[in-house]
Design a protein around this ligand. Sequence first.
Ligand SMILES: [Mg+2]
Length: 377
Amino acid sequence: MKIIDVKFAGLKGATPKGGWTEELKPDSVVHTLISVKTDSGIVGVGTVFTSADLVAASLEVLKPLLIGESAVEPERVSEKLHQNTFWLGRGGSITHTISGIDIALWDIFGKITGQPIGRFFGGRLREKVMPYASLLMDEPKIMNANLTELRGQGFKAFKIGWGTFGRIDTANDELLVKSARQAIGDDCFLAVDAGGSDAYWRGNLRWAINASKMLADYNVGWFEEALRPDDLADFVELRMQSPVPISGCEVLTRRQSFTPFITERAFDIIQPDVTKVGGIGEFRRIAAMADEYAIRVIPHGWNTAIGLAVDLQLSSAILTAEKVEYCTGSAYVDDLATEPWKLDKDGLLEIPTKPGIGFELDPDKVEKYSGVRGFLD
Ligand SMILES: [Mg+2]
């Protein structure tokens, strides 16, 4: 079985805010879907956290390496793409785009074999997993109304991030966390994301250590991106001094970039994003390395419904991946599937047992949000 075509579709019209200093607009394209077609007619889907223009340009480089390749050897084919692009866009657009291709190749392999892909990665350690409702911080009144609404939808875990946290003063930081904790109550999980990958982030080590102590008073489950993404030495120090678990690494790509952060024990939890880190194969190698150092892995999932579906499969096979990120208020998560996501009474999502990534993409919705017709044809 051979790969005969690859398509892309940039999502626009309903792009949610990202919390970035240069804020996204509804028509900003930062998530691009991929479909890979085989000569047997089976189509796999993937998703990439980057713009359609960058994916289009990357595919021009990758297509000659991909078209005509075997459709039943995802690990080898993706590694071939990585190995043959050391000189072109490595770690950037090329690595991002390979992520989407790799997801689609695993989806194909699962569909051919009739298995959910989590089974290839170690089996089914869990059948359900807790999604945490991820939302941007806002002034307490608005944020609390959002949290109350999400709690009403059945979520039991939450993460508030970005907004003005770390950007005004420590009193404001505490006010945000205190009011969020009050809104969700003491029985729900709460994590806090400073958003240190924002442009010109100024939160330094001293601020981060003090903030971590404040967060402990509100029983915060982890403190995410408290420093700039590349500040290895300061993250090591922060982790030593913080009473709450320290997390990060959502913007890193390639397994090699994670090595020093893991071996230096800079984090309690690392959060690779499967839609840009290099794909599922890369994610798994990072997760295996982290496990050797007793570092937990919780996927970064501020992307699309396909990303969430892959994270569910990964969580079925990775012991420490006990939560997945659910980006709230995004049509690209809530509205691309043929069936809606359903939380059970305990706030858990079932991990699909359907073949591949276990997700049915609605091609009409792809057309609605990208203008691309016949994405799965
Ligand atoms: Mg984050």
